[in-house]
Write a protein that binds this ligand. Structure first.
Ligand SMILES: *[C@@H]1O[C@H](CO)[C@@H](O)[C@H](O)[C@H]1NC(C)=O
Ligand SMILES: *[C@@H]1O[C@H](CO)[C@@H](O)[C@H](O)[C@H]1NC(C)=O
Ligand SMILES: *[C@@H]1O[C@H](CO)[C@@H](O)[C@H](O)[C@H]1NC(C)=O
Ligand SMILES: *[C@@H]1O[C@H](CO)[C@@H](O)[C@H](O)[C@H]1NC(C)=O
Ligand SMILES: *[C@@H]1O[C@H](CO)[C@@H](O)[C@H](O)[C@H]1NC(C)=O
Ligand SMILES: *[C@@H]1O[C@H](CO)[C@@H](O)[C@H](O)[C@H]1NC(C)=O
Ligand SMILES: *[C@@H]1O[C@H](CO)[C@@H](O)[C@H](O)[C@H]1NC(C)=O
Ligand SMILES: *[C@@H]1O[C@H](CO)[C@@H](O)[C@H](O)[C@H]1NC(C)=O
Ligand SMILES: *[C@@H]1O[C@H](CO)[C@@H](O)[C@H](O)[C@H]1NC(C)=O
Ligand SMILES: *[C@@H]1O[C@H](CO)[C@@H](O)[C@H](O)[C@H]1NC(C)=O
Ligand SMILES: *[C@@H]1O[C@H](CO)[C@@H](O)[C@H](O)[C@H]1NC(C)=O
Ligand SMILES: *[C@@H]1O[C@H](CO)[C@@H](O)[C@H](O)[C@H]1NC(C)=O
Length: 418
């Protein structure tokens, strides 16, 4: 139908743009005439680094100009086969392979990057080449087959993560080119709209990281002080982010639930007479801002604005969501708002915030302490349920007792008539 055409065109455009920025690289390691490792892949790196102002994340793509470096080898008795892709001064990506003659795997993944490169890491507070490495990579395939994984998959090493996509590779090769038989990764097996491929063969299941539900978030304590060092926003809460984002590589909207880790989260903000902000920042990659306003006529405050800027490893671009006309967490000046129950604060169709065990107060704190608490409706209802259940049970006991007494009287009367 007509109205969908521009949308389809846009999607096609986005795909071609994506393919342009995500360079596909072909890397071959040989020993004389023998090819032992061949890889066709795209990779991007998510690297947080320290500046004078805190931690900033940067995204680096494996460029199309990446070359097989001199440290690559087909291995021998003393060392394992290794593919080292070099891309610029001080940058390399290394994959070491091992096998037990039925399966082969990427034993370790190593990334080197150069903090002295100010075009990529502006304002880094140190220089030099940094090496990060991990041995849990999760790339496993059967010998004499090509490992195939078109879906993006992310490997973390410390704060740095590597996202591979459009991967076809083989090590311990017997022929000159990739085997037509494939070991397809789990993520690809779940995609029904796979591009036309040679008929898939029976596959081993490489250990792909399963999407684990995060469990309940941990309660953190956060505060904001004004220029005089007086606490002007105080909060105790457990926070969970519920984010929907479109994944171009998967061609669908994916839904992520992420807990804020209090031990990695810093609070900051500002206080004006009639408004106050609380900014929770987790590792430079997640910034969550609360904006409170005070109505000086009614002497009540409420949460007017919530905004989220997140740049997570699996994102192609930073995610942003903001709504500045909300009405949540309303209470009186000088009192705190309290809600032990789970609350969902909807921000827009792509983002909502779940809070648990919350107590928060902007404005009118005395000596940095919470004022008297005003409990939320949900908590009051939750308190009411046990009371109602208790009353109902008591009523039931009473009815049974009365019925028993009446029954006893009747049977007693029955004995008398015999
Ligand atoms: C490479 O191939 C050439 C011609 O096919 C052959 O003459 C040569 O011996 C081979 N070298 C090795 C190391 O196998
Ligand atoms: C760089 O910044 C981080 C965090 O801000 C700090 O922990 C580290 O000591 C700094 N390093 C240098 C060399 O200044
Ligand atoms: C190559 O190997 C040498 C010696 O093991 C090491 O110092 C160097 O960092 C390696 N280069 C790369 C790009 O891995
Ligand atoms: C190779 O390793 C896999 C997984 O660790 C195991 O299931 C398999 O039996 C091993 N094969 C051989 C020949 O050792
Ligand atoms: C792989 O192929 C080689 C040569 O074609 C063969 O000798 C070997 O047994 C094969 N290995 C497996 C596990 O299929
Ligand atoms: C740090 O912050 C100051 C002031 O906000 C800014 O001028 C400077 O460019 C920032 N530096 C970096 C490395 O972002
Ligand atoms: C800070 O203290 C000064 C002097 O006590 C006072 O005039 C000013 O209003 C205070 N500022 C804030 C933000 O409370
Ligand atoms: C994305 O998925 C929709 C249906 O889910 C399909 O119609 C469309 O062709 C897909 N687009 C691409 C580029 O694969
Ligand atoms: C943060 O807390 C979690 C559990 O609450 C723990 O697993 C993790 O190791 C802690 N991280 C740091 C850096 O303390
Ligand atoms: C907060 O209040 C100050 C003055 O009271 C005003 O200048 C500022 O624009 C307000 N900020 C917001 C976000 O409303
Ligand atoms: C979060 O805020 C910090 C400090 O303002 C900034 O350096 C960082 O880039 C922000 N993160 C995102 C994802 O915008
Ligand atoms: C403040 O509260 C009064 C009384 O409830 C209301 O009439 C007024 O519209 C409120 N002002 C704002 C800016 O919300």
């Amino acid at each position: 139908s007509q109205p969908q055409c521009p949308l389809l065109f846009c999607t096609a455009l986005c795909w071609s743009l994506l393919e342009q920025t995500q360079a596909q690289v072909t890397l071959v390691v040989t020993n004389g005439n023998l090819t032992c490792i061949k890889a066709e892949l795209s990779a991007s790196f998510f690297i947080p680094y320290d500046t004078a102002n805190g931690t900033t994340p940067v995204r680096v793509e494996l460029p199309g100009t990446a070359k097989v470096g001199g440290n690559s080898s087909c291995g021998d008795g003393a060392r394992l086969p290794e593919l080292v892709a070099e891309f610029g001064d001080g940058y390399s990506l290394g994959l070491t392979f091992s096998t037990n003659n039925s399966l082969y795997a990427v034993m370790s993944l190593k990334l080197q990057y150069n903090l002295s490169d100010t075009s990529v890491f502006p304002g880094a507070n140190r220089t030099g080449v940094v090496t990060v490495e991990t041995t849990s990579v999760g790339i496993v395939a059967r010998v004499n087959t090509t490992y195939r994984c078109f879906s993006p998959s992310t490997v973390s090493m410390g704060g740095v993560s590597v996202t591979f996509s459009d991967v076809k590779m083989e090590a311990f090769m017997k022929g000159d080119d990739l085997s037509l038989n494939e070991s397809v990764c789990l993520a690809d097996q779940s995609i029904t709209t796979a591009p036309p491929q040679p008929p898939p063969t029976t596959t081993t299941a490489p250990p792909a990281p399963p999407p684990t539900p995060p469990g309940p978030p941990v309660q953190g304590s956060y505060s904001v002080s004004d220029s005089n060092g007086t606490v002007c926003v105080l909060a105790r809460m457990a926070v969970q982010l519920d984010v929907s984002q479109y994944s171009a590589s998967l061609n669908k909207t994916i839904h992520e639930v992420v807990n804020l880790q209090p031990n990695q989260t810093k609070s900051s903000g500002s206080c004006e007479p009639n408004n106050a902000t609380l900014v929770l920042s987790q590792g430079g990659a997640t910034n969550l801002t609360f904006l409170f306003t005070l109505n000086t006529t009614s002497n009540r405050y409420h949460l007017m604005g919530l905004s989220l800027v997140a740049f997570w490893p699996d994102m192609a671009a930073p995610f942003t969501a903001s709504n500045m006309s909300l009405d949540y967490l309303s209470s009186s000046l000088g009192r705190s708002f309290m809600c032990s129950s789970e609350q969902t604060l909807a921000v827009n169709q792509n983002f909502s915030l779940n809070t648990f065990h919350l107590q928060i107060q902007p404005f009118g704190l005395t000596a940095g302490q919470f004022g008297q608490a005003e409990e939320c409706q949900l908590d009051q209802e939750n308190m009411l349920i046990p009371i109602i259940v208790g009353a109902a049970l008591a009523g039931l006991v009473l009815i049974v007792l009365v019925a028993y007494l009446i029954g006893r009287k009747r049977s007693h009367a029955g004995y008398q008539t015999i």
